[in-house]
Design a protein around this ligand. Sequence first.
Ligand code: C5P
Length: 220
Amino acid sequence: MTQRFDWPADRPFTIAIDGPASSGKSTIGARLAADLELPFLDTGLLYRAVGKAVGETRIEDAAAAARAARSLDPTALDDPALHNETVGALASRVAVMPEVRQALLAWQRDFAARPGGAVLVGRDIGSHVCPAAPCKIFITATVEARAARRFEQLRALDDGVIHSAVLAELRRRDARDAARAIAPLVTPDDALVLDTTSLDVAATLEAARGFILERAARCR
Ligand code: C5P
């Protein structure tokens, strides 16, 4: 019989999942959260919602972006338009603004501290938002493997999509995420690293689940 996630309902247990764009971390995080029956927050959607709210014309206006971050309505996170490439690029531009990151920090930390546990996916959850999280997982893959996946996803929506443009945009986002002064994308020392270049979703889920159960048993 599969071992169950058994954690006291009155104590927080933060599962921090980080990784670069299109590494598969949101899929893995959402599946794990459903499986463990825990609430799930894809923090990329917060930055996407802020990027979309300010739009291309005001994208350099950090004060406007911080205002949008402070007044973010959680129902805005359900907008399917947040998942498109244009909004992803806007998100990575507001994500370099310290005022925006600061405005979104308390919200993420409150979510992470929910009693009974929570799963958060992002770039800086284990390194900056919740550095004391008992369970950190870093999901990665080569930029070529990530671009190939992203290309297939986008081609299902639009057959005019160009592979070299998808690869170039991922490289730009990787560089921006890794180089920013505040909370850059780094692999936390105490994270389990899963490289999905050669691991499929089932194998990644199995490894992540085993690690979570082991960490929960150790922290009880
Ligand atoms: O993960 P996703 O592609 O949806 O994230 C969009 C952008 O938001 C990323 O490129 C990154 O710049 C930013 N982000 C971040 N910190 C997070 C989550 C996302 O800086 N915790």
